[in-house]
Design a protein around this ligand. Structure first.
Ligand code: KG4
Ligand code: ZN
Length: 334
């Protein structure tokens, strides 16, 4: 292949329909449509999400091609999120990607959603060098991953129950915030004192996490509080619960860095947007002399640029998916 590769990436694993074009290793477009109708249910309704993806996918892909100023005939391959995620939403993106690739006669590339979150660290410069540790924190996953190469990743530790983003969202829900509430906790915490309230951290072996206990502790704490009390103390409550959640994440990251001797550290996933997490990571980086990497905010939450760059690296390995579902490759690495 001696011309710069042009790949379309499609993401549809949850409630974001997204498409992105990568050309010669650079992201030239990234379009994301979020589904707001889930807010009134306090969480994503899979069937509604699948239907919304069906409505959104064509305009989103068209917009991504237009933003990149390329015709679909110029594409060399199509990457799509193969999993993990909600089955209906994944099927919509997968069928669309498959049909388009088949009709254009170009390769189809299956992408692992969490691997894509990790590889979002390669979208902008400077890029991390291997090996590095990646704390991958989203609404569905919390893992410390040892990244040895683009497609050689080992999970060193993971949550044994809720994901960190899920804990943020459930706690926000208990405070009466909308869905997803993680970003609201972050926003209200800006004015608060992180030491105002004491919440118990879970102690798990090795590099594993648990967030279900703190969620229960928080529900017991909040159940007797009046709306007036919550309103008056909102900033301090948010700052305190956020501080303990972040401490639980970073304590394990420090432990993994010390045990592995690795000092190149990255973040990935929607919770990596959290300003307190970013700020605390910066302090730890100074203390432990780490080199740190965090994707731009738009590449932390679900997006298709991370799918496009993963597909771009996979294309070079000729790791293509077949068009018949039973033989689509599986990715047990994460
Ligand atoms: O990676 P992502 O967009 O979707 C999944 O793959 O799950 O992550 C979404 C999660 C949600 O739980 C959301 O509340 C959380 O990321 N999140 C945040 C912030 N922004 C998004 N959590 C804490 N602070 C934020 N600023
Ligand atoms: Zn995600």
């Amino acid at each position: 292949m001696n011309h710069p590769l042009t790949i379309l990436g499609i993401e549809s694993s949850c409630d974001e329909t997204a498409a992105s074009v990568i050309h010669g290793g650079k992201i030239v477009s990234s379009v994301v449509t979020s589904q707001l109708m889930h807010q009134k249910y306090g969480g994503v309704v899979p069937e509604l999400a699948a239907r919304a993806h069906e409505t959104n996918i064509m305009p989103v892909v068209t917009a991504a091609l237009e933003e990149a100023a390329i015709q679909k005939s110029a594409l060399d391959g199509i990457g799509f999120t193969q999993g993990p995620g909600l089955l209906g939403p994944l099927l919509v993106g997968g069928c669309f990607a498959k049909s388009l690739a088949f009709s254009l006669g170009i390769p189809l590339i299956g992408v692992h959603h969490i691997q894509a979150h990790v590889l979002a660290n390669f979208i902008d410069d400077p890029k991390p060098t291997f090996p590095f540790l990646c704390l991958t924190v989203s609404g569905g996953h919390t893992q410390i991953i040892l990244v040895k190469d683009y497609f050689s990743m080992e999970v060193l530790g993971a949550t044994q129950d809720d994901a960190a983003g899920e804990a943020f969202d459930k706690i926000a829900h208990l405070m009466g915030f909308g869905y997803p509430g993680g970003a609201l906790i972050d926003r209200y915490a800006q004015e608060g004192n992180p030491q105002a309230f004491d919440f118990p951290a879970a102690h798990m072996p090795d590099f594993d996490f648990s967030f279900s206990g703190i969620k229960t502790a928080f529900s017991l704490f909040i159940q007797n509080k009046t709306p007036e009390y919550i309103r008056t103390n909102r900033a301090d409550i948010c700052a305190s619960i956020q501080a303990i959640l972040v401490r639980m994440l970073l304590d394990k990251l420090v432990k993994a860095a010390q045990k592995s001797g690795i000092s190149t550290i990255a973040l990935a996933g929607g919770v990596a947007v959290n300003s307190y997490l970013r700020q605390q990571l910066k302090q730890l980086a100074q203390k432990h002399r780490w080199t740190t990497f965090i994707p731009a905010i738009t590449y932390c939450t679900d997006n298709a640029a991370m799918v496009a760059i993963t597909a771009y690296y996979k294309y070079q390995l000729k790791a293509f998916a077949r068009f018949t579902s039973p033989s689509l490759p599986r990715y047990p690495i994460i």
